[in-house]
Design a protein around this ligand. Structure first.
Ligand code: IPE
Ligand code: IPE
Ligand code: MG
Length: 246
């Protein structure tokens, strides 16, 4: 595959979020176990991280496992957890180092197996000083529970007499979200053909541009990613205001 030149200009997204969907169907279409689709999906994620770093994005958020994915059969959940652990473990360490990638995880950590949690904490610590692309992996993540948790923490502050309810506004609530200090995604890409958010970054996607691709995630490659970025570059973002025609 030849590397397509990608022109960075003023209209380049700073933060891209991806719902990596379609692993199971990719495998089923080939008469293979879903597990293989997830394995190929992890490989696709590794490649997209590299491209995102090369084109100079600041943030890439990947939806790897939702708070609703716990409803899947136990065997698939365990397979996904061990795959995530491998992904966060030794295998990619060198690549993260080479590209200067900072890795962080958002989601309900308390629901994760102890070993996965330890692996997450280790990789976050080890890459915290990196200055390149920030890769945010959403694991056991749900947008609604994130907002509800922020509301609960704010309510606690009020009860403790540390906060006046009148001080609660969008800026303050945002500080209590897990994505605190990360700018909102400019572009959301969902692969796999479905056109829905599936409880991903509900607050943060308020004004994101959306690109839906029929491509199943394991097939999503450099060219497909660059095509989505180019589509973004042609969009006109208005944030409810009017665009000046002068
Ligand atoms: C996305 O692929 C990965 C996760 C949700 C963990 P799916 O497993 O949802 O694949 P499909 O949608 O069944 O094809
Ligand atoms: C969304 O995909 C979650 C991830 C990609 C991690 P799902 O396959 O779980 O979403 P639904 O069930 O089709 O909405
Ligand atoms: Mg799916």
């Amino acid at each position: 595959m030849t590397a397509q030149p990608f022109s960075l200009h003023a209209n380049c997204p700073r933060h891209v979020a991806i719902i990596m969907d379609g692993n199971g169907r990719w495998a089923t279409q080939r008469g293979r176990p879903r597990k293989l689709g997830h394995l190929q999906g992890a490989e696709a994620a590794r490649k997209i991280v590299r491209v995102a770093s090369e084109v100079g994005l600041s943030y890439l958020t990947l939806f790897a496992f939702s708070s609703e994915n716990w409803r899947r059969p136990g065997s698939e959940v365990s397979e996904l957890m061990s795959l995530l652990q491998r992904y966060l473990g030794g295998e990619h360490r060198q690549e993260l180092e080479e590209l200067g990638i900072r890795l962080r995880v958002i989601g309900q950590r308390e629901r994760l197996p102890e070993s996965t949690l330890r692996q997450i904490e280790r990789i976050e610590d080890e890459t915290a000083h990196h200055k390149g692309l920030s890769v945010v992996i959403a694991i056991s993540y749900g947008g609604r529970v994130e907002i509800a948790t922020a509301a609960r923490r704010l309510a606690q502050k009020v009860q403790d007499g540390e906060l006046d309810p009148g001080e609660i506004n969008e800026t303050l609530l945002e500080r209590y979200l897990e994505t605190n200090a990360i700018p909102d995604p400019d572009l959301l890409i969902r692969t796999g053909g479905e056109k829905r958010i599936s409880n991903f970054l509900l607050w943060q996607l308020a004004y994101a541009e959306m690109v839906f691709s029929d491509c199943l995630w394991p097939d999503f490659d450099r060219d497909a990613f660059l095509a989505a970025l180019e589509e973004y570059q042609m969009r006109e973002r208005r944030y409810g205001a009017l665009v000046s025609t002068g």
